[in-house]
Design a binder for this molecule. Structure first.
Ligand code: SAH
Length: 238
């Protein structure tokens, strides 16, 4: 069944109202009628089973039958911070896939070697919304504005698990081995670098905030691939 998005402020006790694009989709494309059951989420961890009670030109009123909390949400609350990429389409792809895989926040990073310049925040937010509904999630990942590597690393210790995939540290542990010891972590941060990789200064700064460099295997992955693989390991284990 399709999941509709309801603005948190449009949920009042046991009723909710669908508007705009969601109303159009429900009334015009799917031709739903009064009495039809629907699923809706507020993107704040609530999934509502509801029934349509009235259909107007611009809105649909529904009665909530049952509310589920954190349905289909990962146990670990994962923040994915990835350098902006030279090709913006690759970052779009990353937002979609990271949302499907269950991340709770995405931070586009400005690193020393970041080449990409565009912060397409509204576009990322739209992609995340569509991916949330499509994948059956009930949390809309928070998309941050572009943030400096330093600022994100400064708050790394807020997270129980802190990983920095880095391809050139021969001695760094494989992510799959490390993750086994952290299966009960409730919060995590993954930092992925730009096409040119992290600088030595960034590696040192991360280490000083207890961020652990990890290997994703012997092949050099593109940033967006590295991000997906890391998220899969972390979310898959928790
Ligand atoms: N030009 C860089 C490669 C950067 S790849 C170099 O040759 O040194 C882009 C980012 O993806 C890296 O910063 C890292 O975060 C991640 N990454 C890619 N492949 C990886 C691997 N095998 N192990 C760990 N991280 C990897």
């Amino acid at each position: 069944m399709d999941t509709f998005f309801v603005l948190p402020q449009d949920v009042h006790g046991s009723t909710l109202v669908l508007r705009g694009e969601e109303h159009r989709h429900l009334a015009r494309s799917l031709r739903k009628r009064i009495g039809d059951p629907i699923l809706a989420t507020d993107g704040e961890d609530n999934l509502f089973e509801a029934v349509i009670t009235s259909l107007g030109r611009d809105e649909a009123q529904c009665d909530v039958v049952q509310t589920h909390l954190r349905k289909n949400e990962a146990r670990v609350s994962l923040t994915l911070a990835v350098s902006l990429l030279r090709n913006p389409a690759r970052f779009d792809f990353l937002v979609e896939k990271a949302t499907e895989l269950g991340v709770r926040a995405i931070i586009p990073l400005q690193c020393e070697r970041t080449i990409g310049r565009q912060d397409r925040h509204d576009r990322y937010a739209k992609i995340a919304l569509a991916a949330m509904k499509q994948s059956g999630r009930c949390y809309l990942p928070k998309i941050f504005p572009v943030t400096s590597f330093e600022a994100v690393v400064a708050h790394a210790e807020d997270h129980a698990l802190r990983l920095m995939p880095h391809e050139r540290t021969e001695q760094s542990q494989f992510i799959g081995s490390l993750i086994k010891h952290h299966e009960s972590a409730k919060t995590g941060l993954v930092l992925v670098g730009p096409e040119g990789g992290f600088s030595d200064r960034e590696l040192q700064l991360a280490a000083s905030h207890a961020v652990v460099p990890v290997s994703l295997g012997p092949r050099r992955l593109r940033s967006e691939t590295a991000a997906m693989v890391s998220v899969a390991w972390v979310v898959g284990a928790t």
